[in-house]
Design a protein around this ligand. Structure first.
Ligand code: ADE
Length: 253
C-alpha cells in the first residue's frame, strides 16, 4: 500500500512511519509513504496557506490553491483521498478493513477552522471522523486512521494476532497477563495457569462478554453471539449476591 500524507506539519507525521510496526512494514516493502509539505505549494515570501473565512467567524481556513496543487503534483487526484474531520463518517473496524483493500491512499491533514469546501468537493472521497470530539490538528486524526488501516494489510501483522482482538467478533478483547504470576499483591487468574484449554477459552469468552457489557453495551445488540455465548451472557447477568458467575468467582472475572 502506498500512503501519501499532505500536511502543513511534516514533523508530526514522520515519526509514525519510522517507528515500531510501521517501520518494519516499510522496511519489508509492504507499505511505502510520502509526506508532502503543503506549504511548498503556497505562494509569496510568507508562503501563506490559510486565510479568514468568508461570511466571518473565528479562526482561519486552509486555502484551496496550495492544497489543490499539492494533490495534483503528488498524483493523488482521482485516487481515494481521505480528509479527517469531526464532521466525517465515523471510523470503525469495518471501514478500516474496506480502506485496507486500496493500493493507494492519500490523506489531507486539516488545520485551523478547516479546509476550503471546494477542495473537498473536487478531490475528497472520504471524510472520516475518529470520534465525537474535536482535535486541534488533522495530523493526529490522520495517524489514527492510517494506524487502524495499514495493520490490516496482508503481511503487516500475523493473522492470529488479529483474530481475538476487540471488534473481531463484535466484542471487546479479553484481558491479558504476563510474568510474574504475582505482582503488587495481585495474582494472575488461576485458570490461565491451569493449562486447561477449554476452561481458558470459556474464561476468555466470559471476560469478553463482561467487558463489552460494562464498557460498550451498544455493541452487544449487533454482535453475532453463539448459543453458548448467549448462555454465558445470561449467566453473567444473573450473578448471585456472592458474585459467583458459573464456575468462576467474581475476582477471577
Ligand atoms: N480533526 C479534528 N478533530 C477530528 C476528529 N474528531 N476526527 C477526525 N478529524 C478531526
Amino acid at each position: 500500500m502506498r500512503i501519501t500524507v499532505l500536511t502543513l506539519f511534516p514533523e508530526m507525521i514522520e515519526p509514525f512511519f519510522t517507528s515500531s510496526i510501521m517501520k518494519r512494514a516499510v522496511e519489508k516493502g509492504i507499505i511505502s509513504y510520502r509526506i508532502v509539505d503543503i506549504r511548498e505549494y503556497a505562494e509569496g515570501v510568507h508562503r501563506k496557506a490559510d486565510d479568514i473565512p468568508y461570511g466571518g467567524g473565528a479562526g482561519m481556513v486552509m486555502m484551496a490553491a496550495p492544497v489543490s496543487r499539492a494533490i495534483e503534483d503528488s498524483g493523488s487526484a482521482g485516487r481515494r483521498i481521505v480528509f479527517p474531520t469531526p464532521s466525517g463518517r465515523p471510523l470503525t473496524e469495518c471501514y478500516a478493513e474496506e480502506l485496507a483493500k486500496e493500493e493507494e491512499l492519500c490523506f489531507i491533514c486539516g488545520h485551523y477552522e478547516g479546509l476550503d469546501q471546494r477542495v473537498i468537493d473536487t478531490y475528497v472521497t472520504d471524510e472520516i471522523s475518529i470520534g465525537d470530539y474535536v482535535l486541534s490538528s488533522g495530523e493526529s486524526a490522520a495517524v489514527v486512521i492510517i494506524d487502524a488501516v495499514y495493520r490490516l494489510v496482508e503481511g503487516v501483522i500475523t493473522p492470529e494476532s488479529l483474530e481475538d482482538e476487540s471488534f473481531s467478533s463484535g466484542l471487546l478483547e479479553y484481558p491479558q497477563y504476563t510474568r510474574p504470576e504475582r505482582y503488587c499483591m495481585k495474582s494472575v487468574p488461576s485458570v490461565l495457569l491451569s493449562g486447561h484449554h477449554r476452561h481458558i477459552t470459556e474464561w476468555r469468552c466470559c471476560k469478553r462478554l463482561e467487558k463489552t457489557m460494562l464498557n460498550r453495551p451498544d455493541l452487544l445488540s449487533d454482535a453475532s453471539l453463539s448459543i453458548e455465548e448467549r448462555r454465558t451472557l445470561l449467566k453473567i447477568l444473573n450473578k448471585d449476591d456472592k458474585g459467583t458467575c458459573q464456575r468462576w468467582t467474581l475476582s477471577e472475572l
